[in-house]
Design a protein around this ligand. Sequence first.
Ligand SMILES: O=C(O)c1ccccc1NCC(=O)[C@H](O)[C@H](O)COP(=O)(O)O
Length: 341
Amino acid sequence: MSEIKEVAAEVSEKDALKVKEWEVGMLQDEVAASQGIRIRRRPPTGPPLHYVGPFEFRIQNEGNTPRNILEEIVWHKDVEVAQMKEKMPLPSLKRALDNAPPVRDFLGALKAANARTGLPGLIAEVKKASPSRGVLRENFDPVEIAKAYEKGGAACLSVLTDQKYFQGGFENLEKIRNSGVQCPLLCKEFVIDAWQIYYARTKGADAILLVAAILPDLDIRYMTKICKLLGLTALVEVHDEKEMDRVLGIEGIELIGINNRNLETFEVDISNTRNLLQGERWQKIQEKGIIVVGESGLFTPSDIAYVQEAGVKAVLVGESIVKQSDPTKGITELFGKDISC
Ligand SMILES: O=C(O)c1ccccc1NCC(=O)[C@H](O)[C@H](O)COP(=O)(O)O
């Protein structure tokens, strides 16, 4: 009987901890909203299923419906990361870092490619599917694609690790890293917890994406510091003026990605890159020596020329090259010339 009491006490202590975590999450949302972040970290009207102990049900209501796909991804990621952390707590993850392959210089590779070709350095994306475009490539062999990209002159690769929405995985990152491909690798994830940065490093990442639309300033500050500590490059992604201004106000950021895709509506407009690189913003970027990456919706040599003219020194491209039966040729067609030599 006393054994049952002990177990009950342990369980309720665990539950109390979860509730505490939950309350902190609620505060996080308030801070985020004050910075113009529309994406909420969790459903506002109650904890997700795994937080409610033995009562595995929740009354559905409007507040528990994500407002858009990005919010849905974040809510799902919140549950996924909590489960992963339970399986591998941070101390054991930190120990696993000792066996991680050495970090490669992601930013250096982009700068070198830009200097060598006079064109934006290419981050070529290994992506099977996306919420906006569905399945992009049925016959998807991540290592084969990565090798084809490297052969075509990609400076770096971006590897989707989200399983549910992009049909990616950390095993793809690991396989590419162990395949002999030399390009530095960006872990393309929806990072909401520093734990994911450590995890990505153990799987061979050299860089990681931090999306300003889902991360308050304090998180970006803290996470870029962790990246530095681990030797990783942080690619901080923005989509609008507000996010750009927030990120330009944070010290130590070296690489900013401008996403031409609105992740809440899927609308793509490459003039977004040009619009965010004007006037005082452009001056600040130059003063700080920040490298800018143009992301999404780039299909032709004139698209590349357009964003280069706007000021980018790198581009991140997925759909237009991953869909090609020969992705090496796809890169040559995208740039209008062979960029491999
Ligand atoms: O692409 C989506 O549908 C999407 C939805 C929600 C969050 C992120 C999403 N995409 C990430 C990206 O923006 C792209 O993978 C990346 O920039 C490459 O874009 P593209 O060259 O247009 O494939």
